[in-house]
Design a protein around this ligand. Structure first.
Ligand code: 5AD
Ligand code: SF4
Length: 447
């Protein structure tokens, strides 16, 4: 490879473009990456065409996600024929999983896993001089607590509060690509939230693979939520993801006890069968999960719940699949992310084979999706006539004449445009509902 640096104007700041795949953790990590890069003289750009450096922040959770990224790398390689100086990097879970394999075919200049983003400036310097580079060591302590993320303008911010996962669900690659659990300090998170509020942020989402195991030595996640809620009563505070095992009564009481802690919990169940849950190493039974849901609903009556479900886990029988459907009926989730099982090399489930045939997995998944669509529609229809406080996100995707916002239970509401701006909170009376959206009229203003 040539010395790319020699061909770039030394007086201009190099432009970096990052494309993000996968979960919200990756969105937050991209902001950390851009924070690190802008501090060392790069300027972020939203268009790949004027970029000197293109980074893909990747996901390995399912084969399909990796496939998409491989295709994208192919396209970028073709563009490189016109732009030979372009530096290409792979970040995130796929970088961690595939390591030097990604460097082998020379489509990629640098490979950097989730715990080595501080090395990016140094690795890019090498890449610009024609040397491939890699940083894939996992850390027990890295939390990027001191890095100021580079955030696009808006009213909402992601804040990662813990990294890694120690749960080792048998299907999941994340404990291997993101390493051990570690948490930022409560003071560090609160400080960041205070700054964001001063900058005009109206909603924060605290992120972690399993926020409920947040622990900074003194405080647990309930303490963190309470502290963040106190920063500003008008700030909406959300969080994701919660593992059912660690969702304590203290946490439920904390959510119930603060108006600005949003009444919405993403509580992945994965399966409705206790036998499958055990094989997945989820550490709870169907009965425990349903009991937890009962406790949550008793303390937070209007709470919205969503979940993740996997169809066709190895050895899953037809009866066990039916148990997933019946659990969904019992819980009546407001929403769900639903997936076909995808074998990931290196996970314990990989060794169990992949014995549910693809057509069976597809059929089970479509039954799960149809049921969820029915439930979402029924739940949303039951809200017609009710009034909700809605925070405006922006113009509706479907019409310039309409605004779109969300309730604290995270439901999307579309209503006619007035003189409102993102971050404003209005009272909306619901007069129509679809599976994914509520529609209504503004009946009052809150700020
Ligand atoms: N196959 C299918 N879905 C998976 N998930 C994690 N690993 C796999 C896999 N191997 C799903 C789980 C998890 C969500 C983030 O992705 O439902 O909760
Ligand atoms: Fe994966 Fe389970 Fe950890 Fe979630 S809790 S990241 S599914 S291992």
């Amino acid at each position: 490879m040539s010395d790319k640096l020699a061909q770039i104007d030394p007086n201009s700041r190099l432009k970096v473009y990052v494309e993000t795949y996968g979960c919200q953790m990756n969105l937050a990590d991209t902001e950390i990456v851009l924070g690190i890069m802008s501090k060392s003289g790069y300027s972020p750009t939203n268009t790949m065409n004027d970029a000197d450096v293109v980074l893909l922040n990747t996901c390995s959770v399912r084969e399909h996600a990796e496939e998409k990224i491989r295709q994208r790398l192919g396209t970028i390689r073709n563009q490189r024929l016109d732009k030979p100086n372009l530096v290409v990097g792979v970040l995130g879970c796929m970088a961690e999983r595939l390591r030097s394999n990604l460097l082998d075919d020379r489509k990629v200049d640098i490979v950097v896993g989730p715990d080595e983003y501080r090395k990016l400036p140094q690795l890019l310097e090498g890449a610009l001089a024609g040397t491939q580079g890699m940083g894939v060591r996992l850390s027990r302590t890295e939390t990027y607590d001191d890095i100021t993320p580079f955030r696009a303008e808006g009213i909402s911010a992601w804040i990662s509060v813990m990294r890694g996962c120690d749960k080792f669900c048998t299907f999941c690659i994340v404990p291997f690509t993101r390493g051990r659990e570690r948490s930022r300090t409560l003071a560090g998170v609160v400080n960041e939230v205070e700054q964001l509020v001063r900058q005009g942020i109206r909603e924060v989402t605290l992120l972690g693979q399993n926020v409920n195991s947040y622990r900074d030595g003194v405080n647990d996640f309930a303490d963190l939520l309470a502290a963040v809620a106190k920063v500003e009563p008008a700030l909406r505070v959300r969080f994701t993801t919660s593992h059912p095992q660690d969702l304590s009564d203290k946490l439920i009481d904390t959510i119930a006890g603060h108006d600005n802690l949003c009444k919405y919990i993403h509580l992945p169940v994965q399966s409705g069968s206790s036998r499958v849950l055990e094989t997945m190493n989820r550490t709870y039974t169907r009965g425990h999960y349903l009991e937890l849901v009962r406790r949550i609903r008793a303390r937070i009556p209007d709470v919205a719940l969503s979940t993740d479900i996997i169809a066709g886990f190895p050895t899953e029988t037809e009866d066990e699949h039916m148990e997933t459907l019946s659990l969904m009926e019992e819980v009546r989730y407001d929403g769900a992310y639903m997936f076909k099982y995808s074998p990931r090399e290196g996970t314990p489930a990989y060794k169990m084979g992949d014995d549910v045939p693809d057509d069976v997995k597809t059929r089970r998944l479509s039954e799960i999706i149809s049921l969820q669509q029915k439930l979402s529609y029924e739940i949303n229809s039951s809200l017609i006539g009710r009034t909700f406080d809605v925070m405006v996100d922006g113009t509706s995707r479907k019409s310039d004449e309409q605004l779109s916002g969300r309730t604290d239970t995270n439901k999307t509401v579309v209503f006619p445009k007035g003189s409102l701006k993102p971050g404003d909170v209005v009272r909306v009376k619901i007069d129509r509902a679809s599976m994914a959206t509520l529609f209504g009229e503004v009946v009052g203003y809150l700020n």
